[in-house]
Design a binder for this molecule. Sequence first.
Ligand code: NAD
Length: 356
Amino acid sequence: MIAPFTYEALPMRVLFGAGSLDRLPAEVDRLGLDRVLVLCSPEQEDTGRQVAAALGSRAAGVLAEARMHVPVEVAHRAREVAAQLGADGCVTVGGGSAVGLGKAIALEHGLPIIAVPTTYAGSEMTPVWGLTEGGAKRTGRDLRVLPRAVVYDPALTLSLPAQLSATSGMNAVAHAVEGLYAPDATPIVSLMAEEGARALAAALPRVVADGQDVDARGEAQYGAWLCGAVLAATTMSLHHKLCHTLGGTLDLPHAQTHTVVLPHALAYNQPAAPGAVAALSRALGGVADPARALWELAGRLGAPRSLAELGMREDDVPRIAELAVASPYANPRPVTRDGVEFLLRAAWAGEEPSSP
Ligand code: NAD
């Protein structure tokens, strides 16, 4: 039986495929923009400048100051620069940090965003913004921050190092996993989640073996697109709450933390989420235990598998467990303090995932 559901499509235009960056100038014209500000991280300034050069007179400037979790002072500065330059839109070139900065500007000034993603984080598909002030991150949903168009060109991901490709890809798989057992899951979103997880699990070993394999890069980016759409359409549960707490409290790196925690959070939820287990079994090639399969995949990719190697101390485990259960949220299995502490200890030590 198909359970009743509500499905709302987000207004989103996607241009996909090797060479699609060539279509960016026409996309800027299509939105009626003629002075876009190009946003990127300092490490990707060269790429940002190349994109600006391709845009010619449509580019008002490049701001290469995007940083993880959008510090509020960086957002203020970007808003000022956009206003000074008379920008009428933003083109974000990069991962979640660049998109996040574009969203911070859109939230205040309503400037439309065209996103050119270069990681697998998926922020470009969501109307979710985040701002960090005094160590605390505020997030919210607002349709004004949803990019008007997204240009996925796998050529731009060829430079993403193997380690970051692996962890960014596992970060995307986490959106699919939690979308499959989300309280607001719908049949169409579950199809995207299963296909997104399948594409990434198939592509990531090939990407790590040869970062210049454009086919593998394309399949990974296709999976990341689907997983990002799942993130936008559903409410995330235990896994994302834990990663948010670990990142916000201990400043652990975003994609790596997702990679380590995912198999353990899934092992915790598997007994209460048979539909998600069935979909993930299919997606991962007929495996009996998806949580274990994801843990093994992380190992094959050479990705981190313990919170200890990310710099967390074992005596932080009780504090994080306490924080993670402080406010209730939907999860297929009731979230208990002891249960969370059990899974965090296993994740800290890098043990095989198991259910408490
Ligand atoms: P990121 O954007 O910070 O990028 C990580 C590093 O990789 C940066 O130094 C960047 O310059 C570099 N990089 C990116 N692409 C590269 C490439 N192709 N080649 C070489 N270097 C490259 O990291 P991320 O994981 O993409 O994004 C994480 C941030 O996004 C976090 O702040 C997270 O909270 C946010 N996020 C938000 C949403 C949302 O819906 N709002 C969704 C996912 C992630």
